[in-house]
Ligand binder design. Structure first.
Ligand code: 13P
Length: 262
């Protein structure tokens, strides 16, 4: 089942992870703005660390770029030392928030139930949650990838209010930061299953959501990913830390979109 809308722009999200001091975050943002010249063939979202959100927001305000948090806590305020709420992310100008990234599932033991609460909280504060899902190498080798990922999607979205917009980012754990991206065929097949599941089990159709691929995306593979029927964009880690490399990803995504006239 292919995506429906031909006029939707590819969504390209840069996840800087735990990288960037004030000066380097500002420099990266400025260089990216110069390289892209307020390019509007893609929706570009930057997810810097919390400490750089305000500085990046000030630089990109008035441009087409959007701001996203890398994580948020599912309570509005209170005694949760060290946490940042979805309301706070909205307050500093975020439109998006990553939820359930595999690095948080792995290093901080986040489970699907906790992630579902984050999706709910994000949506309640006007943020678009970017639910990250993806199987490990072991799960893939066991032939269980689709079942595993659809379960993550089902639980992760279980508290999402009807009609709310969201993003699902399929990031196979074995493809993150390894230089070994999934094949375009495998990534598209997984996102096609997610799209079909959303439609058949939840009655949700585009344009309420975008489906992204993530995992070793760079300028050499983005055009092919975007040209696939069920891939609406990309979640980019390493390549988003270099302005020229990230700009090349954005321009490559625009090319992939135009070539196939999706
Ligand atoms: P890489 O692009 O570095 O593989 O990271 C992907 C990722 O985890 C984005 O969230």
């Amino acid at each position: 089942m292919a995506k429906v809308s031909s006029e939707r722009k590819p969504l390209i999200i840069g996840n800087w992870k735990m990288n960037g001091m004030s000066a380097t975050s500002r420099a990266l943002t400025r260089e990216l703005m110069q390289a892209l010249h307020n390019h509007d063939a893609c929706e570009v979202v930057l997810c810097p660390p919390f400490t750089a959100l305000t500085q990046v927001r000030e630089l990109i305000s008035g441009t087409n770029m959007r701001l996203g948090g890398q994580n948020g806590f599912p309570a509005d305020k209170g005694a949760f030392t060290g946490e940042v709420s979805m309301a706070m992310l909205r307050d500093v100008g975020c439109d998006y928030v990553l939820v359930g990234h595999s690095e948080r599932r792995q290093h901080l033991a986040e489970d699907d139930g906790f992630i579902a609460r984050k999706v709910f909280a994000a949506s309640g504060h006007g943020l678009t949650p970017v639910l990250c899902v993806g199987e490990s190498r072991e799960v893939r080798l066991a032939g269980e990838s689709e079942r595993f990922v659809l379960r993550q999607v089902e639980t992760g979205l279980s508290m999402l209010p009807h009609g709310a917009s969201f993003v699902v980012a399929y990031e196979p754990v074995w493809a993150i930061g390894t230089g070994l991206a999934a094949t375009t065929h495998d990534a598209n097949a997984m996102l096609s299953s997610v799209r079909a599941w959303l439609c058949e089990k939840r009655g949700i159709l585009a344009p309420n959501f975008n489906l992204l691929y993530g995992g070793s995306v760079d300028s050499s593979n983005i055009t092919d990913f975007i040209a696939q029927s069920d891939i609406d964009g990309a979640l980019v880690g390493g390549a988003s830390l270099n302005a020229q490399a990230f700009a090349a990803v954005v321009l490559g995504a625009a090319r992939g979109h135009t070539c196939t006239n999706k």
